[in-house]
Write a protein of this length. Structure first.
Length: 379
């Protein structure tokens, strides 16, 4: 990050002095769709920070065709927004049609680098499919001098090497709706038609108050902004704690897109947000229902098996040098508790409804031993 960035953060990184944190939600809004001609005919979507369903292209955006093997998802395991795409890709079984490029956990002012330690994929610090060292090169291949954040997740067109979209709120929706032909057998319906009306307001509130709420605490530029952000976050956490009393999942009795979006924040909560972002009224592990719910998801194939706690901690503590100038990564907390029984089965429901769980994670994408209690260092 630099001071010249179009999103204006000016305190050497992520914090704008004296001000509340404002997320830059301007994306490359192109979409990869099953039927480009039809999508071009549909009405443009209303402004949204959570994506849209049933609408056409945003003004100025282009439609790209769904095509197996053509696109590469660049997703750092560290990042919660990228984490959504990793989970949904796996739940739907899209690994065989959309390949995965994995940057290391830390990026500098010039962006994410393909230097993931221990990954055979990235030997020599170059993505083996894209041939680039930095994701910035793929942004520049499409838009020379691209002035905004070089962010993950990004979908890259392999033949041209250019980024097609980094519009993460839309990417997972399009995985569900546009790539249907390539979903695995037994893939869950993460956007069930009969639940959408209930789901959108939940997704919206989870985004503004929780997903983004933790960042609002962490990157607050004044005591006042932090205090307000903290109160706002915990009001939403208390709402979720209540909401999860009667039903196993956030919306209904099977997993949906809403659960994916909440999970990526909850799984980072005690590991980083509680300390690094000062969201410390209490730990997630001290909230009975939310904690049991988060463990339930963690233990569901497709969720916990995408989580790399070592990369997550390293990313936050070493990248946000304005709030952690020493870049020291804390040793704690003990994360083995994610595997404790959750007891949520008694609420009924089942994660995949009429479908089935995804199989094991393909070997090259497996989280390294010791980075997640599902894959112990000595196992
Ligand atoms: N750009 C999006 C979300 C994606 C995002 O922020 N990803 C982070 C990692 S968690 C990133 O790539 N940051 C690089 C940067 O901002 O330079 C937003 O701010 O809403």
């Amino acid at each position: 990050m630099t001071a010249e960035r179009a999103d204006g953060h000016d305190m050497g990184g992520y914090v704008t002095g004296g001000a509340p944190f404002e997320r830059d939600t301007n994306y490359i809004e192109d979409r990869i769709v099953a039927d480009p001609a039809t999508i071009r005919e549909l009405q443009p979507p209303p402004p949204s920070k959570v994506g849209s369903l049933g609408y056409g292209l945003a003004p100025g955006a282009e439609a790209w065709p769904v095509e197996p093997g053509r696109y590469r998802l660049v997703a750092a395991a560290a990042c919660p927004w990228a984490g959504r795409t990793l989970i949904v890709r796996r739940l739907l079984g899209l690994e065989h049609v959309i390949s995965l490029g994995r940057p290391g956990p830390v990026h500098d002012a010039r962006s994410w680098t393909f230097d993931l330690e221990g990954s055979p994929d990235n030997a020599g610090g170059v993505d083996p499919v894209l041939g680039t060292e930095r994701l910035q090169q793929n942004y520049f291949a499409r838009f020379p001098g691209y002035p905004r954040g070089i962010t993950v997740p990004a979908l890259v067109d392999v033949p041209s090497g250019g980024v097609v979209t980094n519009d993460y709120p839309q990417i997972t929706i399009d995985f569900s709706t546009q790539w249907r032909e390539f979903h695995r057998e037994g893939a869950p319906d993460l956007l069930p038609g009969e639940r959408l009306e209930e789901m959108w307001p939940v997704i919206e509130r989870v985004f503004t108050e929780v997903n983004n709420g933790v960042y609002r605490c962490g990157f607050a530029g004044s005591q006042e902004a932090y205090d307000a952000a903290y109160a706002r976050l915990w009001e939403a956490m208390d709402w979720l704690e209540e909401r999860l009393a009667g039903s196993r999942y956030l919306v209904g009795d099977t997993i949906t897109e809403a659960d994916v979006r909440l999970f990526t924040t909850l799984v980072r909560f005690d590991a980083v947000y509680h300390g690094h972002f000062k969201t410390n009224r209490n730990k997630l592990a001290e909230m009975d229902r939310l904690w049991a719910y988060a463990r339930d998801l963690f233990q569901t194939p497709g969720f916990g098996d995408t989580v790399d706690f070592v990369q997550i901690k390293r990313h936050y503590y070493a990248t946000h040098t304005d709030i952690n100038p020493t870049r020291i990564v804390p040793d704690g907390p003990d994360l083995s508790n994610w595997l404790e029984p959750h007891g949520r089965e008694r609420l009924g429901g089942s994660p995949f409804g009429d479908g089935s769980a995804p199989g094991p994670v393909p070997e090259p994408e497996r989280v390294a031993p010791g980075h997640n209690p599902l894959y112990p260092a000595d196992g």
